[in-house]
Write a protein that binds this ligand. Structure first.
Ligand SMILES: [Zn+2]
Length: 492
């Protein structure tokens, strides 16, 4: 069986077993197969035993050929070992959409960037497939897997909205190549959206869930769950049936909620209650429901979220760029509403830099409440690791024996991270890191980034083709205007 030994100058396990605030100097992690076998302080006697155990195929990280015979030869990497990050809300189809349709609100952005791009892939699929030698969806999703790994994300929820709901197999394939773990929240909608993709009657969406579940139930690193796009784009009957499907299959369910002010106001007027009150009234909310955003939260919403044990995913990059506002995180904390910090898709966040997202979450709340003690570095780091892992019930998010071998080593030799000591390492990760100093990434027990080099993905080829795809979309955009179909316009 395969083992990997990692020795780093600093190690932050973020685990309940070793203590969430524990910081280890000269630490090591040993993986075995897809799991973490040991975590602790480097101990020469123990390490010699590991090196001499011939039953295993051992690689020592940071060595040329991975082979070392004695503990004193094990290189101490000038880095900090952390659990791989867990992203609880994102969209792999938005990877090529950075810098597109900016300075516009959510619904316009959905029409002019996201839905226009996926419409382009839909219409041009045949020619694009011939040109690239693979499906343009697959290419887009593979680029998204690169984006995640580059920032140390080894587990992700991919909310597969709009046309992408028809392209789950390509996403599964991209995930196989990247060796990451994904939960695919399969999108649906039956109103207030591009008419080409409406799921009417609701059975259309339910049948899709059944087919995908059956097809991928044995895929170890993929979970299939319902992910209706929005409350405003899914009618009550469809939402109820999807929630029943989730309960029957013991899966979670995910949706965007109360993101933008205008849409939330419109919804509240139309339905006579907020999206959260409405969701509660149809039995949609419980501990297996996690909602993206929840920026616009009334006092009643907060009570309902607390009562139903619903979790929230906060996406500060998208919320600020799209001018949506920021959710009342302090109130969520007071009421013990579990919330993770995430990036959202690259179309609205413009990157998958999850450290940057954690920093912005802290920075905004400190400024807004005029309180520097709010949202510490420790707190926000937990909200991109152990907290989302617990919300999603994943065996990851901490460096701890028996958990999934998902490990990021952040390079502490970078000028911006010098000096880093044991007492300031967590603070530096949030406040001084650029978020792309991931020198090594191990995912599911496999080295996927080795000394900044991608191991499992031909990154140069993917980047070249994504650039080409983007040029082609730009040309298409000049000829064809976007369909105005998202959100409130059709009922104004
Ligand atoms: Zn989103």
């Amino acid at each position: 069986m395969k083992r990997i030994l990692i020795r780093t100058r600093l190690l932050v396990p973020l685990s309940d077993s070793l203590g969430r605030e524990t910081r280890i100097e000269d630490g090591y992690v040993l993986t075995e197969g897809v799991l973490i076998k040991e975590v602790g302080k480097f101990n020469p006697e123990r390490i010699d035993k590991i090196l001499n155990d011939s039953k295993f195929d051992l690689t020592v990280l940071g060595t040329k050929d991975g082979q070392i015979n004695r503990s004193e030869e094990v290189p101490q990497i000038n880095g900090v070992a952390l659990p791989g990050f867990v992203k609880a809300h994102g969209h792999d189809h938005e990877s090529p959409l950075i810098g597109m349709a900016k300075d516009v609100p959510l619904t316009t952005w959905l029409d002019e960037a996201v839905n226009h791009f996926t419409g382009f892939l839909h219409e041009e699929e045949k020619t694009l497939t011939e040109r690239f030698g693979c499906s343009p969806y697959y290419l887009t999703y593979l680029k998204a897997r690169i984006d995640d790994l580059q920032h140390g994300i080894t587990t992700a929820v991919v909310h597969h909205c709009n046309f992408n709901k028809y392209h789950v197999p390509e996403l599964v394939e991209a995930n196989r190549v990247a060796k990451t773990k994904i939960t695919i929240a399969v999108g649906s909608q039956d109103r207030h959206y591009d008419p080409r993709i409406l799921d009417t009657p609701p059975e259309v969406a339910i049948n899709r869930m059944d087919e995908l579940y059956e097809k991928f139930k044995d895929e170890s690193d993929v979970r299939i769950i319902p992910g209706p796009d929005q409350f405003f784009s899914n009618g009550p009957e469809l939402l109820k049936q999807l929630k029943i499907w989730a309960d029957d299959h013991q899966t979670m369910i995910h949706i965007h909620s109360s993101e933008e002010y205008a849409t939330t106001q419109w919804f509240t007027k139309e339905y006579g209650m907020t999206p959260i009150a409405y969701a509660d009234s149809i039995g949609f909310l419980d501990k297996n429901t996690f909602v993206g955003h929840q920026v616009q939260s009334s006092e009643e919403d907060i009570e309902i979220l607390t009562k139903t044990k619903t979790s929230v995913v906060h996406n500060p990059l998208a919320n600020t760029i799209l001018g949506s506002g920021m959710p009342p995180l302090q109130k969520f904390k007071e009421k013990n509403i579990p919330f993770a910090i995430s990036t959202d898709g690259s179309g609205s966040a413009d990157n998958q830099n999850i450290i940057n997202a954690a920093r912005l979450a802290a920075q905004y709340q400190k400024a807004f409440h005029k309180d520097a003690t709010m949202m510490t570095a420790q707190d926000v780091l937990e909200r991109i690791t152990i907290v989302p892992s617990q919300i999603l019930n994943y065996n990851t998010g901490s460096l701890s024996n028996g958990l999934s071998a998902d490990i990021t080593v952040v390079d502490l030799s970078a000028p911006n991270l010098t000096p880093t000591r044991i007492d300031n390492v967590i603070e530096n990760l949030i406040w001084a890191a650029n978020g792309n100093e991931m020198k090594y990434v191990i995912s599911n027990g496999e080295i996927v980034i080795n000394d900044y080099q991608f191991v499992t993905i031909d990154i140069n080829n993917v980047l070249k083709q994504i650039q080409e795809l983007s040029e082609l979309f730009y040309a298409y955009k000049q000829k064809k205007t976007a369909t105005k179909a998202t959100g409130i316009r059709d009922s104004e």
